[in-house]
Design a protein around this ligand. Structure first.
Ligand code: B12
Ligand code: SF4
Ligand code: SF4
Length: 415
């Protein structure tokens, strides 16, 4: 594995000016305000339905939604960010003003002159990384805050019922608010959460999506713990718990946590794309990690398994390109841009999310000695890529497992 300098990284991934991305252009939000996108389907939800079939029964869908609860409880009530939701603002008021006994919830607040000693940023960085792991992250990296990845605006949705279907109608499903992060916030602490191999392999059933949900809850809770810890050290934080504030993948790349694959996802050296990401942005002085190269780009150039298997054909088959597919891609970056419109439409049509491009990827493997050895080869003997890819297909690693006996066979892991 090679460490890259930031200028080498820039040369590899940046083509032309990078326009700041407006969060309303993500495919979670476009159906709420873009009449052209909205009119393509009557129902954009992906809640899922119960069927009399293994992997789709009430216990399977229930597992997916119960595992999501941490996100609801922590993420939605997060007011430590530039444009908190009105609900988070209201809760803050209640906690702050209502009842003195609520102090036990807001807890210890250091006074202005009480701060951790930052004369040795290496030591502070070690403390932050250790705390992040203890709070629940499986891996952690630090980047300098590159403001090109921060959303220019955040979008407060008002709920799908208020969407106007009039062509050309202005935003009616919510409100776009400019987002500004003060200059003193110079670092991002990026957290990685492994999703369970033993659940993802049951894709495309509800069981696989339970892993996504648990990843979201873990990142919501852990990110919140870490942001609170940093505030208790006397510094400020922006808590990027629920996907908002900034693009997580380039931050994770710059924090040395992995590289981007053809599937548009961060490939972590140990867990491949089977990870979720969150971040805390802070003014605490830290030491940034360097980006890494372990052969992903070369491997993806030859592989293409995700592009073959994507059920909506949203993943590019050819070369990397700086050309966006549509308004949902960031301009000025060299990669395999996914077609987020067709991907998201596929979720809505099937009334459930999709995780195929994680599950079928050869980098998605359990962390055993055998797979560690293969990974070593893919990094050090890159000329062997066509053989590793052929072997992966022959051995059928990326194929879905039948959920028929899931509840008998599953050995749950403690988080
Ligand atoms: C919106 C969104 C989506 C949209 C698609 C993106 C879009 N354009 O609308 C939909 C709903 C379809 C979606 C689908 C999925 N998503 Co999604 N998504 C996001 C979200 C919330 C915002 C991303 C965004 O702003 N994209 C808009 C522009 C920037 O997209 P883009 O130009 O195509 O860039 C993409 C990549 O190239 C990369 N990227 C962004 N900037 C730059 C800059 C450089 C230089 C480079 C090289 C790359 C890069 O990140 C972008 C990811 O969409 C992020 C969380 C976050 N805040 O980052 C999660 C996130 C990217 N999704 C994630 C995942 C896992 C998925 C799914 C597998 C679903 C699932 N089972 O969880 C699929 C995979 C689809 C795919 N192949 O990319 C994870 C990725 C983890 C990882 N290993 O990297 C994230 C980080 C969420 C998380 N909490 O961990 N997603
Ligand atoms: S499936 Fe193959 S091409 Fe796609 S991201 Fe994984 S390694 Fe790259
Ligand atoms: S989530 Fe599914 S539909 Fe979307 S890009 Fe990945 S494989 Fe394709």
């Amino acid at each position: 594995m090679k460490r890259m300098t930031l200028s080498e990284w820039e040369e590899k991934y940046i083509r032309g000016p990078v326009e700041h991305f407006d969060q309303k252009n993500t495919m979670f939000l476009r159906p709420l305000w873009d009449p052209e996108v909205n009119s393509r389907l009557d129902d954009w939800s992906f809640v899922g339905e119960v069927k009399d079939k293994p992997g789709y029964r009430i216990e399977d869908l229930g597992l997916r939604w119960a595992a999501r609860r941490g996100t609801m409880l922590m993420g939605l009530f997060n007011w430590y960010k530039p444009n908190p939701s009105p609900m988070a603002g209201a809760i803050k008021e209640v906690i702050r003003s209502h009842d003195p006994t609520m102090r036990t919830i807001t807890g210890f607040a250091p006074s202005e002159d009480m701060k951790i000693d930052t004369s040795d940023p290496e030591r502070v960085t070690r403390i932050i990384k250790k705390a992040a792991r203890w709070f629940g992250a499986d891996d952690v990296g630090i980047c300098r805050l590159d403001r090109r990845w921060v959303y220019s605006h955040t979008f407060q949705s008002k709920g799908a019922r208020q969407i106007s279907l009039e062509p050309g109608a202005k935003v009616t499903g919510g409100e776009s608010l400019p987002q500004r992060i003060p200059e003193e916030y110079q670092y991002g602490v990026v957290l990685v959460f492994e999703e369970e191999y033993d659940l993802i392999k049951y894709y495309p059933s509800h069981v696989a999506h339970a892993a996504t949900s648990m990843g979201y809850s873990r990142m919501a809770v852990t990110n919140n713990y870490l942001a609170t810890f940093i505030r208790h050290l006397g510094y400020q934080t922006i808590d990027g718990t629920t996907n908002d504030v900034a693009n997580s993948i380039p931050m994770a790349m710059q924090a040395g946590l992995g590289d981007i694959g053809r599937n548009g996802l961060l490939i972590h050296p140990k867990w491949g794309p089977r990870v979720r990401l969150s971040k805390v942005i802070t003014d605490l002085p830290l030491v940034a990690d360097a980006p890494i190269d372990f052969g992903v780009t070369e491997f993806c150039e030859k592989c293409g398994i995700c592009a073959e298997n994507c059920p909506s054909q949203s993943i590019l088959h050819g070369e990397r390109t700086p050309e966006p597919n549509n308004a949902s891609n960031l301009r000025g970056t060299l990669k395999w841009p996914i077609n987020a419109e067709t991907c998201r439409m596929y979720w809505a049509r099937g009334n459930k999310p999709c995780t195929t491009c994680i599950a079928c990827c050869p980098y998605n493997k359990p962390d055993t000695w055998f797979h560690r050895t293969v990974r070593w080869f893919t990094d050090h003997l890159r000329w062997g890529d066509p053989f590793y890819i052929w072997a992966d297909k022959v051995m059928g690693f990326g194929r879905p497992k039948s959920p028929e006996r899931f509840w008998d066979q599953w050995e749950p892991r403690r988080h």
